[in-house]
Design a protein around this ligand. Structure first.
Ligand SMILES: Cc1cc2nc3c(=O)[nH]c(=O)nc-3n(C[C@H](O)[C@H](O)[C@H](O)COP(=O)(O)OP(=O)(O)OC[C@H]3O[C@@H](n4cnc5c(N)ncnc54)[C@H](O)[C@@H]3O)c2cc1C
Length: 415
């Protein structure tokens, strides 16, 4: 039996079209740098424009609904696009993909036209404003307040670790919005006391400061002091913010899967084993290095299968209960395991950064070590992801059902 993946003639032509576009449009110095800290303002400006071109071709958000600026393509198209983009180090959209599901499920038609269309066409961007100094793992413990003022709301509060490109001082400045929750009713019970807002940027009373963390400069602290937010920037009802967030969380925590899960770090580790000589033999012929590397390889493959399964289920509107959470926890745990394995096989070479002339693979391993240090917390901690999984499997004090997503509701997922 032949298990190889085969593509149709139409799909091969589609792939060629993408390769031709990349060859004509993406010069070497505009490709995603190995170390995100080396991403320049020039590259940012270049990609802001290129993303609009990609959106017009339907390649920026391939499977999102065409009527709102998405590509209206299918999962196979998206897989091919991501394969080619990954290979060519094409810089991904700045828009903030995670806000798309809640806008599709909870937004009114006017809000979809006003907010969703410019995100999907690459015109505007939003950052995720969730974590506060006092509410991270316990996310519902939001302290930010939203007070009614006529048709508007006045928001006050603080956030930390808010990810996003570009740097605050770059032009054109980004983001255009910050999406997240604030308490709209201090008397209402937990989970029924929040609204979900798109806060316009810039706004009087709003300050965004860069946080220089181990992975780089892409996290920020946010300060809001009576920031005026128009009434139509509230998504869902004024007590439904937690439910709106749950739709976002469902997809962020693995529920959307991945069309093209790749692991360049493991590819590099295999190449290192093959190509690097140690006392006359390749590193890979050392029994210990071999065992460790194969564990890294197996983990990466299992992870890819989890991610593809969930992607297939999401695109085909199957009931996803725990599959996304399993993939999410496995993904972040195995990458941490592989960071350690990389150090075991490569020793100090794994810590040589992009500036070092002798760094294997241009210093990618050193970037990996720093990135994975925060991996168990970025996107919600893996401990809490396990708590959610336990609830889904029915072994916890509390039971939990999956939140609605564009895949599980009538909201059009586009394909
Ligand atoms: C690189 C990076 C990027 C990020 N980007 C964003 C972003 O764009 N937007 C955003 O809003 N946030 C972002 N975050 C923040 C991230 O979501 C939080 O770090 C995460 O939710 C955990 O919150 P905390 O750091 O406040 O940890 P805490 O809430 O202080 O928890 C500390 C530790 O205790 C554990 N813990 C707490 N309660 C329990 C429990 N009941 N059971 C078991 N273990 C528990 C946690 O897992 C954690 O390990 C980012 C973080 C990082 C590192």
């Amino acid at each position: 039996m032949d298990f190889a993946i085969s593509y149709t003639k139409e799909q091969d032509q589609f792939r060629q079209e993408i390769r031709d576009w990349i060859a004509e449009n993406v010069p070497e110095d505009m490709k995603e740098p190995i170390d995100g800290r080396d991403f320049t303002e020039g590259q940012y400006r270049f990609w802001r424009e290129k993303h609009k071109e990609l959106a017009a071709k339907g390649w920026l958000y391939p499977t999102q609904p065409k009527e709102y600026g998405g590509g209206g393509l299918n999962g196979e198209h998206e897989t091919i696009i991501l394969e080619e983009f990954d290979r060519a180090r094409v810089v991904r959209s700045f828009s903030g993909a995670l806000v798309i599901p809640p806008l599709l499920v909870w937004g009114t038609e006017e809000q979809k036209q006003k907010f969703l269309v410019p995100f999907l066409t690459g015109e505007k961007a939003t950052w995720q404003r969730l974590t506060e100094p006092q509410s991270g793992a316990d996310l519902a413990n939001v302290q930010a307040k939203a007070v009614r003022d006529g048709d508007d709301w006045l928001l006050s509060g603080q956030n930390v670790f808010i990810s996003g490109r570009p740097r605050p001082e770059w032009t054109p400045s980004g983001p255009n919005y910050l999406h997240g929750m604030a308490v709209t009713d201090t008397d209402a019970p937990r989970h029924r006391n929040l609204g979900f807002f798109l806060v316009p940027v810039p706004s009087p009373g709003l300050e965004i400061r860069e946080m220089n963390l181990l992975p780089g400069h892409d996290q920020h602290a946010v300060f809001m002091d009576n920031v005026r937010v128009p009434g139509d920037h509230l998504i869902g009802g004024d007590h439904q913010g937690w439910q709106v967030f749950q739709t976002l969380g469902e997809v962020e925590h693995g529920g959307g899967g991945s069309a093209f899960p790749s692991d360049e770090a493991v590819d590099n580790l295999i190449a290192y084993n093959q190509q690097t000589k140690l006392r006359g033999s390749s590193v890979g012929s050392d029994p210990l290095a071999q065992q460790v590397t194969m564990n890294a390889y197996i983990d990466a493959h299992v992870d890819g299968l989890f991610a593809k399964r969930t992607y297939w289920m999401y695109e085909n509107r199957k009931d996803i209960v725990f599959e996304g959470n399993v993939a999410n926890v496995h993904n972040r745990d195995y990458e941490c395991r592989n960071a350690i394995r990389m150090r075991e096989v490569m020793g100090m070479y794994s810590l040589l950064d992009v500036q070092e002339p002798g760094a294997p693979h241009g210093g990618a391993q050193e970037v990996y070590q720093r990135d994975k240090a925060g991996q168990r917390h970025a996107g919600g901690s893996t401990n809490i992801a396990r708590v959610i999984l336990a609830r889904r499997l029915g072994i916890s004090r509390t039971q939990e059902r999956p939140a609605p997503t564009p895949s599980s509701t009538a909201a059009n997922s586009g394909s």
